[in-house]
Write a new protein. Structure first.
Length: 359
């Protein structure tokens, strides 16, 4: 049977409509409409009951005053741990969840007061395998959604063929979806989200659970959407994914956004730290890690599982500790010692620390 998510989306389309736009006409936007997404002091509180007789009221603030602007044509990333508020924000943008307070506009239309207009201009893709009919083919899936979006038959067939080619499913388009791998299903999810040529595509952790090859293929498809002038709002907790794809990123934790900027700018926040990566014989890795942590100015030493007899050690050190750390590594038999540039993950860990582990 179809999932609740499919029924909800189908009813929304059937009730409110998403007429076929075909080729877009030239539109001149005023200053206020240059943003694809405009969020002001957004709050969302979940209320529930607990206790044996459900007598105790429980409130949890998922979003605690979020303000954000996403530009037209931008590939924007929202990064944060599980439970940070990413999916809640996407659901509000998709008009399936009401905010408790604050305002959210998509291309100048309020998501609460102008729900119909917003739904005409967005596409939504969740991570995971739910939301597809396993007993029908990918081609039939896309034609079904084409009909829900009121595309004319010829246009629906043409759009289906275009999307099957885009996501690399053309050769297996007539096989039943239940035979697909998880990566293929996620590519079909993406194609479904693009059926009506949305101006804003919402991607909620689209690569979660995918193997590295499947995740890379999906990222390549998303990157090509820039050529179609699609604004992409991507949520993820994979730092490397956001760093390679996004024009700008925002960190969210405990319902707040402390930082928004280009990935390269954000990595400069960690530029005062020198990063070393060394490989040590597994037999002496633990003892050497103790010595490194005791060295002046060494901030962190992280041991990974041994690989082929060696345990890689990452050392974060400021300038005063650089020489001391190198000396300890040399005395302890360190091999293949390298320096590297800071990454978004380094910024994330420094910004959130252990807070990122709390839900």
């Amino acid at each position: 049977m179809p999932s609740t998510a499919i029924h909800t989306a189908a009813r929304a389309v059937a009730c409110h409509g998403a007429p076929w736009r075909g080729a877009r006409s030239a539109v001149h936007y005023g200053p206020r409409l240059m943003s694809a997404i405009s969020i002001r002091d957004l709050r969302r509180t979940y209320r529930s009951s607990s206790g044996f007789f459900s007598t105790r009221r429980v409130e949890r603030e998922a979003l605690r005053g979020v303000s954000l602007e996403v530009k037209r044509g931008e590939l924007f990333g929202l990064l944060g741990p599980n439970g940070a508020g990413k999916t809640t924000l996407v659901k509000i943008l998709a008009t399936v969840l009401l905010p408790t307070a604050g305002t959210v506009e998509v291309f100048g239309s309020d998501v609460v007061r102008s729900t119909t207009e917003v739904r005409k201009r967005i596409g939504l893709v969740f991570g995971g395998e739910r939301g597809l009919y396993g007993s029908i083919s990918a081609r039939d899936t896309l034609r079904f959604w084409s009909a829900l979006y009121r595309l004319p038959s010829d246009a629906g067939r043409k759009r289906t063929d275009e999307l099957l080619e885009l996501v690399g499913l053309r050769d297996r388009a007539d096989e039943r979806v239940w035979t697909y791998s998880r990566g293929m299903k996620q590519r079909l999810h993406l194609a479904r989200g693009l059926i009506a040529r949305p101006e804003l595509l919402l991607l909620d952790e689209p690569t979660i659970g995918l193997d590295p090859v499947a995740a890379r293929e999906l990222r390549q498809i998303v990157a090509r959407l820039r050529d179609e002038d699609v604004t992409v709002f991507l949520t993820t907790h994979y730092m490397a994914e956001a760093e390679s794809l996004c024009d700008r990123v925002a960190f969210i934790n405990e319902g707040l956004i402390p930082l928004v900027d280009r990935p390269r700018v954000l990595t400069r926040l960690a530029s005062e730290i020198r990063y070393l990566e060394a490989e040590l014989p597994a037999a002496s890795a633990d003892a050497l890690a103790v010595r490194l942590r005791a060295a002046p100015g060494v901030r962190d030493v992280r041991l990974s599982p041994a690989v082929e007899g060696f345990a890689p050690i990452a050392v974060d050190a400021d300038a005063t500790a650089y020489d001391a750390a190198l000396q300890v590594l040399a005395e302890g038999g360190g091999q293949r010692v390298n320096t590297r540039e800071p990454t978004l993950e380094d910024v994330y860990v420094r910004l959130l620390g252990e807070r990122g582990m709390r839900v």
